[in-house]
Write a protein that binds this ligand. Structure first.
Ligand code: HEM
Length: 497
């Protein structure tokens, strides 16, 4: 018996040593990084309250590109704009990792966020074209955003003069814009379903965060009760989202009229119909892709914009001088009565600079979204060899807080984005809120329109201030797996007279 035990321990040791040697050989060519511990990697050393701080420290220690193993997954983290540009403009860096949350939501590598290869490429091109044709930069989308901005103003008026949390109101407005474009529907602020959708993503991100490094060993759900229950909750919420989109899709299919195209779903149905009629069916367009695309537009398009606007109100409340200067520009270019339109932007450099500075501070996706290197071959980057199928992230937060580009990085100063003539600087080094390259944010134009129309409408009509007796508000980010948002806060809204 003792002989068998010794043999088994011996075999195990051989495996461990072999694994270690392989790792060392592999790591020699990869960007440097900290050692972790077996199975959990560096996860136990990441600050649970402020994980972004840990990554800033790693950047300081290892430089602009480093490797961190979390669980059993190696992550290459890029902190330098030029290296991000080099990597993300190449197809070999455009793949998507096997992250269980993304893969479960997308039922595999489908849709815009999790897809890769020709299916993603065709659906991305089609979605970009569709959103552009809907009127990005034209009046139709302007109109939808203006309507939402004005509805939000009516809600703000209900709370005038007393401390209030605008969190939900702002996020419903952002959710409604993308919802209207995809499915021609909008929520009222009182709608229970909107509240559910609003909480859903947060609850899932919290469950994933609580799983920590265990999320990389999802098979543990078969043995470990707490992993099983987290996984069950996450999947339940994903199923609810799927059901909602499925019924929207069925409704659209029933009422589809090619002469009355209402939204993204209709354009997609029409595309499939035309391909079939021409006998040129492209298999990359199908019901599953449409459903996952709808879901992805909702995930990617609502919280990102909503959270940026929430950061904006927080930062403007803490910086009344910036708020005042923006209001003066709004008064002189638009006046107090006309509804702001995206066309006004080019005549408002200070507001434009302010929005850039808000985005630099907000960093709603501090690591962008995860990429993966080609599953077929190793790739080289910045003099290193990165093995095939490695997860790669752009540490946008690290770039946006880099003192090399941003002296006193925590200071909120819109003039960083203006030249000596007060004009907006273009191509500002170290600034890339929408990332770069093949997978650059697909909703960038929409997001820019939303941020401008929402913020200018609010500042045209209201001033935001701290509640009496409150000296300041928290400005450290609340990081939830991929998203960063401000901690909940109260402000006082005052109508401008
Ligand atoms: C302030 C608002 C927003 C910010 C800061 C933002 C930022 C980003 C970033 C950093 C990425 C990752 C790019 C990469 O993988 O390298 C991304 C991807 C994406 N965004 Fe946005 N985004 C915003 C709003 C929107 C909106 C409104 C939409 C809706 C149309 C949208 C749709 C997407 C999609 C579909 C992707 C995945 C693109 C792909 O992988 O091909 N985003 N966004």
């Amino acid at each position: 018996m003792a002989g068998v035990t010794v043999l088994l321990v011996g075999i195990l040791l051989v495996f461990i040593i072999q694994d270690l040697i392989q790792k060392i050989l592999r790591w020699r060519k990869m960007p440097p990084g900290p050692w972790g511990i077996p199975l959990l990697g560096y996860a136990p050393f990441i600050d649970r309250e402020q994980p972004l701080k840990t990554f800033l420290e790693l950047k300081k220690k290892y430089g602009n590109i480093f490797t961190v193993t979390i669980g059993n997954v190696e992550h290459v983290i890029i902190c330098e704009q030029e290296i991000v540009k080099d990597a993300f403009s190449r197809v070999e860096f455009s793949y998507k990792p096997e992250s269980f949350a993304f893969i479960s939501a997308a039922e595999g590598h489908n849709g815009l966020l999790t897809g890769h290869g020709p299916t993603w490429r065709d659906n991305r091109r089609f979605t970009l074209k569709t959103l552009r044709n809907f009127g990005f930069g034209k009046t139709t989308i302007d109109g939808i955003i203006q309507h939402e901005a004005l509805t939000t103003c009516d809600i703000f008026r209900r709370h005038l003069g007393k401390p209030c949390d605008l969190d939900y109101t702002i996020n419903v407005a952002a959710l409604n814009v993308i919802w209207k474009l995809t499915s021609d529907q909008q929520f009222s602020q009182e709608d229970e379903k909107a509240m559910l959708f609003f909480n859903l993503l947060d609850m899932n991100l919290k469950d994933i965060k609580d799983l920590g490094a265990l999320q990389f060993y999802i098979w543990l759900r078969h043995f470990w009760p707490s992993v099983k229950s987290s996984f069950g909750r996450i999947m339940g919420r994903i199923d609810f989202v799927k059901e909602t989109f499925k019924s929207l899709y069925m409704e659209h299919k029933k009422t589809f009229d090619p002469n009355n195209i209402r939204d993204y779903i209709d354009v997609y149905l029409n595309e499939m119909k035309e391909q079939e009629e021409k006998g040129e069916k492209n298999p990359n367009f199908n019901e599953l892709q449409l459903l996952i695309n709808m879901q992805d537009l909702y995930f990617a398009g609502s919280e990102t914009t909503g959270n940026t606007v929430r950061w904006a109100i927080l930062l403007l409340t803490l910086n009344p001088d910036v708020q005042k200067r923006a209001q003066e520009e709004i008064d002189s270019v638009i006046g107090r009565d006309r509804v702001p339109s995206y066309d006004d932007k080019k005549r408002m450099p200070y507001v434009e600079g302010m929005i850039c500075e808000i985005q630099r501070h907000a960093d709603v996706l501090p690591f962008g979204l995860p990429h993966m290197t080609s599953p077929d071959h190793n790739v080289t980057l910045a003099g290193y060899t990165i093995p095939k199928s490695t997860t790669v992230l752009a540490f946008l937060y690290g770039m946006h807080k880099d003192e090399k580009f941003w002296p006193e990085p925590t200071k909120f100063d819109p003039t960083r984005f203006l030249d000596s003539n007060g004009k907006l600087r273009t191509k500002v080094p170290g600034f890339m809120p929408f990332a770069h390259g093949k997978r650059q944010c697909l909703g960038e134009s929409l997001a820019n329109m939303e941020l401008f129309i929402f913020l200018v409408t609010y500042l045209q009509k209201f001033t935001f201030r701290l509640p009496d007796g409150v000296k300041t508000l928290r400005t450290d980010p609340w990081f939830m797996e991929v998203l960063s948002k401000p901690h909940r806060y109260n402000v006082v809204v005052e109508e401008r007279l």
